[in-house]
Write a protein that binds this ligand. Structure first.
Ligand SMILES: C[S@@+](CC[C@H](N)C(=O)[O-])C[C@H]1O[C@@H](n2cnc3c(N)ncnc32)[C@H](O)[C@@H]1O
Length: 273
């Protein structure tokens, strides 16, 4: 099943090269490249960088913090934290092509010293007990059936009293998800749970819940803006389409319905280990 998830995301093995070419075509000057220039492609979740910053605000971070990003993708959230707080971030992701691209993109914007990425599975983390001051995971558990293992592993590697910040797509009350969606072209690799299930899973793994925030209305506006923009001017040059391929417009349209009809919800959970 892990192979199916990784291949869903990594049709394009030369991702950093492809992104670099599209950045140049969009007129970006490489020596002056900033994390903002990358944000349309490397913050691969609903509500983009805004959502990452909202989550990070709750994580008690400073320049001495060592943070784990579980399911780090192209590394956008890890770079946002490192740039904003000066902290060190380790990303782990199932998809090797994403880890390679994340490392290259971090060097482009001068953050290669403060962020690193390695391939691995969230349900079996290759890290020592109590290794990190805090951890986050953004839009990852939708692909993971064994969420109990994932959250127990997160609890193991975070120091006592460290923050675990989760932002995920959850099953809504409006019916089955319409596919394809950005995390799955078919139900086989999609494993959504309800907000109540999620609370039980996190508490069951040993976390204490501090805060739960539902951002579904904001997520609806995000997809409405994205599809309106695409209808007007087409896909932006540097966008998720570079790795999701030609299915992407259909995924975005489905997401407008999924979120408007509350087939999905987006919710953040701030927990303490
Ligand atoms: C929608 S992307 C989100 C990436 C990143 N968190 C972000 O917000 O930009 C989902 C990511 O989860 C990763 N993933 C899925 N299952 C995983 C697992 N079992 N262990 C680690 N990463 C996983 C995928 O490879 C993909 O990079």
């Amino acid at each position: 099943m892990a192979d199916r998830v990784a291949s869903h995301y990594s049709e394009n093995l030369e991702l950093a090269g492809v992104i670099a070419n599209h950045l140049r075509s969009a007129g970006k000057d490489f020596p002056k490249l900033t994390t903002t220039d990358l944000a349309t492609v490397d913050e691969f979740h609903i509500r983009g960088r805004k959502a990452t910053l909202e989550l990070a605000e709750k994580m008690n971070l400073d320049a001495n913090s060592y943070v784990l990003d579980i399911g780090s993708g192209l590394g956008g959230p890890a770079r946002t934290l490192a740039e904003t707080y000066g902290c060190h971030v380790t990303g782990i992701d199932l998809t090797q092509a994403f880890c390679d691209a994340a490392a290259a993109m971090s060097d482009w914007v001068g953050l290669g010293e403060r962020v690193s990425f390695r391939q691995g599975d969230a349900t079996n983390l290759p890290f020592a007990t109590n290794q990190f001051d805090a951890a986050m995971t953004i839009h990852v558990a939708m692909n993971i059936a064994a969420k109990d293992k994932m959250y127990m592993e997160a609890h193991r590697v975070i120091k006592p009293n460290g923050i675990f910040a989760v932002y995920d797509v959850l099953q809504g009350e409006g019916g089955e998800v319409l596919y394809p969606v950005p995390w799955a072209r078919e139900p086989l690799i999609s494993h959504l749970v309800t907000p109540d299930d999620m609370k039980s899973l996190l508490v069951g793994a040993g976390f204490k819940l501090l805060e739960v925030q539902d951002s579904t209305e904001d997520s609806q506006a995000f997809f409405e803006r994205m599809t309106a923009q695409m209808a007007k001017t087409g896909s932006p040059l540097v966008a998720w389409r570079l790795f999701l391929g030609d299915d992407f417009p259909a995924m975005a349209r489905n997401q407008v319905r999924n979120v408007t009809e509350r087939r999905i919800r987006t919710v953040s959970f701030i927990c303490v280990a």
